[in-house]
Ligand binder design. Structure first.
Ligand code: UD1
Ligand code: CA
Length: 494
């Protein structure tokens, strides 16, 4: 579906298109999760429940027409989702789903229809929302609800139709108030509705709290509107996964699993090989190009983009990073906010922190940590190295155990290593410092001054060799001289 508004425009040009808002009920605490974190901020598929619902809503109407009703830990919820551009309505006391809509009355009174979504049901499709709205408008209903048949309907409100073939609804009965016969009904209320706004607010004041939770149930609007001789209809989705709500940790993990499996299936359909998909964790917004292979136990998170023909070996974790075509990540690499250019080879156990930019065909090996660096084309840092705040040119060789000393305790400084430089093993480069083109740094040097092009810098004390020293030491400490015996004290021989 296009990003633009999916609200149907009026066929007859004389009648203006209906004004449609979306209200998302997201104020509840989520008692059943037993958590400090508000329910709608719990994550599935790598982002908060409410972020999924807002993403679907804003593909149906513009963000300016979306109203998230928040309450429990409202500031935290607002801060987490402020970048979505939707409006927030405060329900400071949470007295039920009906009460959530009462609180939103003034925000919604400028609209003809309101689509109501549940902030804890993240798999809802924009297409389904648009179809529900179209059905509602076609049926000229006061209330239209979305339903689905569930094999395990326990916990959901049940839809009581006027008769089995009719789309007209008599009532919605909550699980706790339902009779044994009603409990057998598999058609559940999804918690998604469309209301005619004037009808909703003409009758919402009649809701009561005479129920087991002592709350205002929005579901009671079905029977209230029926009694007022208004039309209440139901539209059933065949995709029952869409309606699943995350009320408990078990439901959260089930929805997360479903989303991730769906993501893996989408990627495999698009040409990505995933061995043992159930072991891989791939967030919803990740993009991976064809012919890339993911081995078991790989995590690709956030807004990561992986090119074509890559191989991501087991136990690699990639977050918010860009990996170009043909890259090999050996096992156990960790990338965060990094960029890796074509045909580079990383790992095993490379750690790329934010701002790392690894050039085309470059190699970064075991136990190498990088942060805010540019490593040029074909350069190599293969073993046990820390490179932070550095600009490293092309064709550079960084020896094992090299360290850029980038921090003086207060400020960070930059190390510049120009093209084709050779840094000997176990060198420390105390920034700010520059090593000119093709220069060599001798092994174990501590480089504090700039090194000119083509120079050799040696920054260590000269080796002293004492001929025969070891032999003399052995003789001096031999057991015979001290009167001991081999048996009595073998340690002394060392
Ligand atoms: C609700 C429906 C039930 C339906 C199910 C589908 C009611 C009374 N019951 O039950 O028929 O089958 O959803 O998932 O509506 N919320 C507020 N303010 C409040 C209370 C809740 O904003 O005062 C929000 C919650 O944060 C949540 C949503 O409304 O996102 C639904 O509330 P929840 O308590 O989860 O309702 P269910 O028991 O799941
Ligand atoms: Ca729920």
């Amino acid at each position: 579906m296009k990003k633009s508004s999916a609200v149907p425009s009026s066929k007859a040009s004389s009648t203006p298109a209906p004004r449609v808002a979306i209200a998302i009920m997201a104020a509840g605490k989520g008692t059943r999760l037993k958590s400090q974190l508000p329910k709608v901020l719990h994550e599935v598929g790598g982002k908060p429940l409410l972020a999924h619902v807002i993403a679907a809503a804003t593909r149906v109407v513009p963000p300016a027409d979306v109203f998230a009703i928040i309450g429990h830990e409202a500031d935290r919820v607002r801060a987490a989702l402020a970048n979505t551009g939707v409006n927030f309505v405060l329900q400071s006391e949470q007295r039920g789903t009906g009460h959530a809509l009462m609180v939103a009355q003034s925000a919604l009174s400028a609209y003809d229809h309101v689509i109501v979504l549940s902030g804890d049901a993240p798999q809802i499709n924009p297409q389904t929302i648009a179809q529900l709205l179209n059905f509602h408008l076609d049926q000229k209903a006061a209330m239209t609800l979305l339903s689905a048949d569930l094999d395990h309907p326990t916990g959901y409100g049940r839809v009581i139709r006027k008769n089995p073939r009719s789309s007209e609804v008599q009532a919605i009965v909550e699980e706790k108030s339902s009779s044994p016969a009603q409990k057998k009904i598999r058609e559940v209320n999804a918690g998604f509705y469309v209301f005619d706004v004037p009808q909703l607010f003409a009758h919402i004041k009649k809701l009561s709290t005479a129920n087991p939770h002592a709350e205002y149930y929005l579901t009671d609007m079905a029977s209230l509107l029926r009694q007022a001789r208004q039309r209440v209809v139901v539209w059933k989705t065949q995709n029952s996964a869409e309606v699943l709500g995350a009320n408990t940790r078990v439901e959260l993990s089930f929805i997360d699993y479903q989303m991730r499996m769906r993501k893996c299936h989408e990627l495999m359909t698009e040409g990505v090989t995933i061995f043992y998909p159930a072991s891989c964790v791939i967030d919803n917004d990740v993009e991976i190009a064809p012919d890339t292979v993911l081995e078991p136990f790989v995590q690709i998170l956030g807004r990561s983009r992986i090119g074509a023909g890559c191989r991501i070996r087991s136990y690699s974790v990639i977050r918010d990073s860009e990996v170009a075509d043909g890259v090999l990540l050996r096992p156990g690499c960790i990338l965060e906010g990094a960029r890796v250019e074509r045909n580079a080879i990383l790992g095993p156990y490379s750690h790329l922190r934010p701002g790392s930019d690894i050039g085309e065909g470059a190699h970064v090996g075991n136990f190498v940590e990088t942060k805010k660096i540019k490593l040029g084309k074909g350069s190599k840092a293969n073993h046990l190295t820390y490179l932070g705040d550095a600009e490293i040119g092309a064709g550079v060789n960084i020896g094992a155990g090299t360290i850029t000393c980038n921090y003086d305790g207060v400020h960070k400084h930059t190390t510049v290593i120009e093209d084709e430089v050779f840094i000997g093993s176990d060198s420390t480069l105390v920034a700010p410092v520059r090593v000119g083109k093709r220069a060599y740094v001798a092994a174990a040097s501590c480089i504090t001054d700039d090194v000119p092009e083509d120079a050799l810098a040696i920054g260590r004390s000269r080796q002293i060799t004492k001929e025969g020293w070891a032999r003399e030491k052995r003789t001096a400490s031999s057991p015979r001289r001290h009167g001991g015996t081999e048996k009595a004290n073998p340690q002394k021989q060392i």
